[in-house]
Design a protein around this ligand. Structure first.
Ligand SMILES: [Zn+2]
Length: 277
């Protein structure tokens, strides 16, 4: 599932390559993921131009010169490409935007769970859950004090809280493991058992992990002026590294699967857990 580092890397790439280039035409090949009429998407895009991209939580936002925004949430399996127009489309390619200069922006989605909207700029809060979700982790207004204030409303295991979009957006299952490892906090420790210093350290770890991972992800999916998204997480230090030595202390990483989610952590560096005192 794309999280902030993947989406930031894609946002940076498209912002370098798309603004100012005319859009020739668009094809809505699998309309089920398109939550506004597919015809609107096709007709709005043709002849328009993209501006610099934005990201909000797990939405990638493509602002248009016509004052509309193409908003895409790739959910579990959505992926973006920027490839030569003659390249055969991948299976489950939902949307193709043909750019002047012979490149396509493509969106493919194996499980078709992603969501694509075309909305007027300023009407993004009409997108379901937009208004009720919490701030984006990298929003400059989301300071360490705002993080502490937001946390007051939550109880339960800390991993469940930092992956809850109503608290903070952009953190998912994989990077939450990296963040908790960085901060030396056990994913199952109840928030109420953590000291204020730990919760503050967690904020700094969250931002540090995003800054560390984004260029690594970008290096894996960008080749020159071609973007071909592929989920590459082999640089991760703890997530899905069950049984391998912790890079900090050498203890074998523990891996627990519950509700189809894998949680990986180091029992030595991240003591505590459900019974933490
Ligand atoms: Zn360790």
């Amino acid at each position: 599932m794309p999280e902030i580092p993947e989406l930031e890397a894609i946002r940076e790439f498209f912002t370098e390559h798309l603004p100012g280039k005319p859009i020739l035409s668009a094809e809505a090949r699998i309309p089920v993921v398109i939550r506004t009429p597919a015809r609107d998407v096709r007709e709005t895009l043709a002849g328009d131009k993209f501006g610099p991209l934005l990201r909000h939580g797990k939405f990638l936002l493509f602002p248009l010169a016509s004052n509309r925004v193409l908003a895409i949430n790739p959910m579990l399996t959505g992926r973006f490409q920027y490839v030569p127009a003659e390249k055969k489309p991948a299976a489950k390619t939902c949307l193709i935007v043909h750019m002047e200069g012979g490149r396509d922006v493509r969106y493919a989605d194996e499980r078709l769970m992603g969501k694509i909207y075309m909305v007027p700029a300023g009407a993004l809060d009409g997108i379901p859950n937009w208004a009720t979700n919490g701030p984006d982790l990298l929003d400059p207004k989301f300071t360490e004090d705002a993080w502490m204030a937001g946390l007051k409303r939550y109880r339960g295991a800390i991993k469940g809280i930092i992956t809850n979009a109503e608290f903070v957006q952009g953190v998912g299952n994989a990077y939450s493991d990296e963040i908790l490892w960085e901060a030396k906090i056990n994913p199952y420790t109840p928030k109420t058992k953590l000291a204020e210093d730990d919760l503050r350290a967690l904020y700094r770890a969250a931002r540090a992990v995003m800054a560390w991972a984004t260029p690594l992800v970008r290096g894996a999916m960008v080749k020159g002026d071609i973007l071909d998204y592929e989920e590459r997480r082999d640089f991760m230090r703890v997530h899905r590294r069950g049984g391998q030595p912790c890079p900090r202390c050498g203890t074998p990483i523990t891996e627990i699967t519950a509700n189809q989610r894998i949680t990986s952590f180091c029992r030595n560096c991240q003591p505590g857990g459900p019974q933490a005192k």
